[in-house]
Write a protein that binds this ligand. Structure first.
Ligand code: SF4
Length: 360
C-alpha cells in the first residue's frame, strides 16, 4: 500500500497534515482540504482533489501518496459475514471482518501483524508477532472495504492487541471522531483488550469510546494458564482500575467471556466473575468457542452450562447475554483470525443474507 519513498497521507491527523503542507510551502488550510477529501469524500487520488491547485497536487504527489488500497482477497460466509485480507507489506497480511446485522454494519479491524500476548486459545497469538500496524494500515481497513460507506460501527477486535499499539490506535480514533475526520460519535467505536492496564487507563482518559475487556476466566491462576498477561496485569486489578471511571452514562464497559467446557463454565467461575465486576452497569457477553484443530483440548461449552452461567449473573443483577456466532465457516469468528484466506475470491461488494443476526 505504501509506495516506496512516498509516505501515505491517510492515517495522518489534522495536526500532522498541517505540518506536512507547511513543510511543502503550502498554506495551512490545504491540510483541512486534504482531510476533507480523504476522510469525508474518500477519494483515492490527488487528481480528484479539485479545490487544491494543480501545482500543489503535483507537489504533494512527488512526496506523498493518498495511501488507500483495496483488500487483496475476500471470503463470504453463509451468514453474510465477509472476511477481507489486506496486504501490510513485507509479505504480511491482516484480516478485517465485515458483519452485517439488520440495519448495522460492524467492521472488526486488526491493529497488529500477529500478536505478542500469546493467548493459548487464539490463532493470531499462535502465529507470533511481526510488528504494529501504522495508523495508515488501520484506517485503510475502514476506508477501503467495499462496504465502507455503510459501516456503522468499528470494533478493534481483529488481529493483535490494540493497546499494545496505543499511539497508532489513538490516532485512528481521533480520525474517526474528530469533526475534520469522519465526525463519528465515539459510541460507534469499541476497543477490545486483554487488559494492558497503563494503556487502558490512557485510552479511557483520552477518549470516550466503548471498552470491551477479554476476561475469559476470573480465577487468577486459571486465567494465567491461558493468558500470560495475567502475570503482569492481573484482571482483578484491571477491573478495579476501571471501577474508578463512569461507564453508566456516555460509554459502555463490557466483558468478553469465551466459554470452554469444564475449564471456565462452572458456577464457581460465574461467582469469581461477579466478584471482579465493579458495578451493575458492566455487561457480560458469553461467546461460544469455535473448535480449533490445533487445540483439541479446548471444547465448546454446552448450551445448558452457558445458560446456567448467564442465569447466575442475571440473578445477581448483571446483564449477561450469549452472543451468537458469525463467520465460523470462513474462520472469521472470535480467536480464529490468522492472516490467511484459504479460497480466493475477488474483493467485490457482497450481498449480505442477514439471515442469522448476532450481536458480535
Ligand atoms: S486473544 Fe487477542 S490479545 Fe490474545 S493472542 Fe489473540 S489477538 Fe492477541
Amino acid at each position: 500500500m505504501e509506495l516506496k519513498n512516498k509516505r501515505p497521507l491517510a492515517g495522518m491527523t489534522l495536526d500532522e497534515l498541517q505540518r506536512t503542507v507547511l513543510a511543502l510551502g503550502m498554506p495551512k488550510f490545504v491540510a483541512k482540504q486534504l482531510a476533507d477529501w480523504i476522510y469525508n469524500k474518500r477519494v483515492t487520488t490527488f487528481d480528484a482533489m479539485v479545490n487544491i491547485s494543480k501545482a500543489n497536487r503535483e507537489k504533494l504527489s512527488e512526496h506523498y501518496t493518498v495511501g488507500l488500497a483495496a483488500p487483496v482477497n475476500a471470503r463470504t460466509s453463509a451468514d453474510g459475514t465477509v472476511k477481507y485480507l489486506f496486504d501490510v507489506g513485507e509479505g504480511k497480511q491482516v484480516e478485517t471482518v465485515m458483519i452485517p446485522e439488520d440495519d448495522r454494519v460492524t467492521l472488526c479491524i486488526s491493529s497488529q501483524k500477529g500478536c505478542r500476548m500469546n493467548c493459548y486459545f487464539c490463532m493470531t497469538g499462535r502465529q507470533g508477532y511481526s510488528g504494529n500496524l501504522t495508523a495508515n494500515q488501520i484506517i485503510n481497513q475502514v476506508l477501503s472495504v467495499p462496504e465502507a460507506a455503510d459501516v456503522t460501527n468499528v470494533v478493534f477486535m481483529g488481529m493483535g492487541e490494540p493497546l499494545d499499539n496505543i499511539d497508532e490506535v489513538l490516532k485512528v480514533i481521533e480520525i474517526m471522531t474528530a469533526p475534520w475526520g469522519f465526525a463519528w460519535s465515539p459510541k460507534r467505536v469499541t476497543v477490545s483488550t486483554v487488559g494492558v492496564k497503563p494503556a487502558l487507563r490512557q485510552l479511557v482518559e483520552e477518549t470516550q469510546v466503548h471498552i470491551a475487556v477479554s476476561v475469559h476466566n476470573a480465577i487468577a491462576e486459571e486465567r494465567l494458564s491461558m493468558m500470560p498477561l495475567e502475570k503482569i496485569y492481573p484482571i482483578k486489578e484491571v477491573m478495579q482500575m476501571l471501577g474508578d471511571y463512569d461507564f453508566a452514562h456516555q460509554r459502555r464497559l463490557s466483558i468478553e467471556y469465551i466459554m470452554w467446557q469444564w475449564f471456565n463454565d462452572d458456577i464457581k467461575h460465574a461467582e469469581a466473575l461477579r466478584e471482579i465486576i465493579p458495578d451493575e452497569h458492566v455487561r457480560v457477553n458469553l461467546i461460544r468457542y469455535h473448535m480449533i484443530p490445533d487445540i483439541p483440548k479446548l471444547r465448546t461449552s454446552s448450551d445448558e452450562r452457558m445458560a446456567q452461567f448467564r442465569d447466575y449473573l442475571n440473578s445477581r443483577g448483571i446483564t449477561c447475554t450469549i452472543r451468537r456466532s458469525r463467520g465460523e465457516d470462513i474462520s472469521a469468528a472470535c480467536g480464529m483470525l490468522a492472516g490467511k484466506v484459504k479460497a480466493a475470491q475477488p474483493a467485490t461488494k457482497p450481498q449480505p443474507t442477514r439471515k442469522t443476526p448476532t450481536n458480535k
